[in-house]
Structure formats: C-alpha cells, structure tokens
Design a protein around this ligand. Structure first.
Ligand code: AMP
Length: 325
C-alpha cells in the first residue's frame, strides 16, 4: 500500500495516528455474546461515522476466512466477525457436535487481521424460546449441495437473515468456496429487500490446490493426500473445456467432462483403504446453477466428495467464448 493510501485508510477508519493502529493490532478485539451488547458497540461505531462490514463465520478460522476479513478491512469499515456454529444448517447425522471450536486462536487471528468486534452468540440468543420462523430459499437451494444436505440452505438463510438484522451491516463478505451459498444469499437479500451489499471473495487454497476449509482438520495424513482428488478433477474438467476439447458437441461434450471429472476423483483417490464417495460432480451455469447444456459463457465446475466422514466441496469458475460450438 502506498503511503497516501494508508493515510486515506486511517482517515476513513477514524484512526487518529499510526500508534492508535498499532495499539489496536496488539489488543484482542472485544467479544460480545448478546444482541444488546452487539447493538451498543455497533451504534457507537456508527455514531463515530464508520460504516459496518460484516464477515459471518463458524470459527476455526483459516486463511480463507482471513482473506474475507482483509477485504473488509480494506474497505475502511468497522469490521465485525461473527463466530457461531449454527445448528439449523446441520442435519441430525452431521458433524455439529464435532465441528472444531477454537475461540482463543480465532480471537488472536482476528486481532492480527485488525477485526474491531467479534460476536459469539449462543443458541438461545439466535433461536429464542418458541422460535419457529424460517427463511425458505428457492430453486437455487434445490440442486448440488441442497440435494445431499436437506434443510441446510434453509438453516443458512435463516441464520444469515438473523445476523444481518442484528449487525445491520453496510456490506457483508462471503467466500466463493461456498459458491451456492453465496448465490442464495445474494438472491435472498434482493428478494427480502435487505439493505446490504454482498461481496464474494475468491477461494483461498493450500499450496497443492486443496481449498482451505475448517473441515480439512478432520483429515488424517493419508486422507489429506487423497483429498486432492476433488481439485484435480475440477482442473481436469477446466482443461478439457478451455484447452483440450470435450470430445462431443453441446450436451454430450458436457457429459464427457462430467465423466472425466468422476474418473479423476476415482483415480487420484485410489488405492483405497476406504472409498471416496462422490456426492456430485457437475458443470452448471454460474448464475442459475442449472446444468450447463453447452460449453458457452460463464460456467462453474463444482463437486462434493466424502472421504471417510469428511465432506469436502470445491468449485472453479471459467469463462468460455460466447460463440463456441
Ligand atoms: P464457514 O466458517 O465455513 O461458515 O465460512 C465462513 C465464510 O468463509 C464463508 O463465506 C465461506 O465461503 C468463507 N470461506 C471458507 N473457506 C474459504 C476459502 N478457502 N476461501 C475463501 N473463503 C472461504
């Protein structure tokens, strides 16, 4: 960052001097766990002229989350991070109880990233006694992960609506890692007239390409090496669509890409001490998530696999020429 930009940023953030910035870097950000305390802090920030940027998370923060926080920081806003493992987006047989909870490390990571406020509500705060209202998303939620995690996106849409109502951010940051979630949230804020701008940040990957995820912590060393099957499969599909050709026209070509991705998962994931299960490997329109019928325009290659008990998702966006046959 050039010095004039830094000064501008400090001005935007209402920081008096560099030493104030340095002090902030050293102190752990305050943690509030009630909506009353959250509102107090946010209205104080607003009355000092700050805009509010919001990064909702389930914690166990890694570089993917930090990239969203950095984008929020770069906007010059007062940055609020929520850490809440939302029960309504987990099915009964899923990993709610086992989900990693690392609040001390998360708080330190938030301090290092310059977060202003952390919100850690409990279930009673988010789902008060007698709670019964849900936000039901539309067809965007009925494909891909929606087919394998019934109720998941209803839980996500509900909790994000509640968090938006509590934080009332000007802008909220989501990751392309959860591409379907990001599209559903974008649609939801339009449909429900929620006055927040949604920013979607690129996927942060490990050096070998594995998309960062809190769930990667579940993988044994042996599973970790086979987990790469998903990213490799997506790269194989991308390579066919962009460079090598699909070996078929239109719909048939897309089907060849899907088979090739499935084969790559099987090849990279074997030899098998335990099978890797494919939930889906697909090529879809990047906006509607409907299956692509022709290799034209902006498409998303997406997949979900299960390695042992661990479910991993990933995707790649590619732009194909509009006039391609
Ligand atoms: P989670 O804590 O898994 O609910 O994720 C919180 C936010 O971080 C979501 O918007 C995710 O899409 C985003 N996120 C998670 N992993 C990554 C990643 N590897 N790269 C970019 N964003 C991510």
């Amino acid at each position: 960052m050039i010095p004039s930009e830094r000064t501008e940023l400090q001005k935007n953030r209402g920081l008096a001097s560099m030493s104030a910035q340095e002090t902030k870097q050293k102190l752990l950000p305050p943690v509030v766990d009630t909506s009353t305390a959250l509102r107090e802090e946010i209205s104080r920030a607003r009355s000092s002229g700050r805009t509010i940027a919001f990064v909702p998370t389930m914690g166990a923060l890694h570089a993917g989350h930090i990239s969203l926080i950095e984008a929020a920081e770069n906007s010059g806003a007062y940055v609020v991070v929520s850490i809440y493992v939302n029960p309504t987006q987990f099915s009964p047989h899923e990993d709610l109880a086992a989900y990693p909870r690392t609040i001390d490390a998360d708080r330190a990571a938030c301090r290092d990233a310059g977060v202003d406020l952390i919100f850690t509500p409990d279930d009673a705060e988010m789902y008060p006694p007698g709670d019964q209202t849900r936000v039901h998303p539309g067809p965007l939620a009925e494909t891909m992960c929606g087919l394998f995690r019934p109720g998941h996106f209803e839980g996500v849409s509900t909790v994000v609506t509640k968090l938006f109502n509590l934080v009332q951010p000007d802008v909220a940051y989501f990751g392309q890692k959860d591409a379907q979630q990001a599209l559903i949230i974008r649609r939801m804020v339009k449909d429900l007239c929620i006055p927040v701008r949604i920013e979607v940040c690129p996927i942060v990957r490990e050096p070998d390409g594995l998309a960062m995820s809190s769930r990667n912590a579940y993988l044994s060393t042996e599973q970790r090496s086979r987990a790469l099957c998903l990213y490799r499969a997506l790269c194989e599909g991308r390579d066919m669509l962009l460079h090598r050709g699909t070996g078929g026209s239109g719909d048939q070509g897309i089907q060849h890409v899907v088979y090739a991705m499935q084969n790559t998962v099987a090849k990279v994931a074997s030899p098998e001490p335990e099978p890797v299960t494919i939930d889906y490997m697909t090529v879809v329109d990047a906006e509607t998530l409907e299956p692509a019928t022709k290799p034209i325009g902006r498409v998303m290659l997406a997949g979900a696999v299960r390695i042992g008990e661990t479910r991993l998702i990933d995707n790649l966006l590619i732009d194909l020429p509009a006039d391609r046959r």
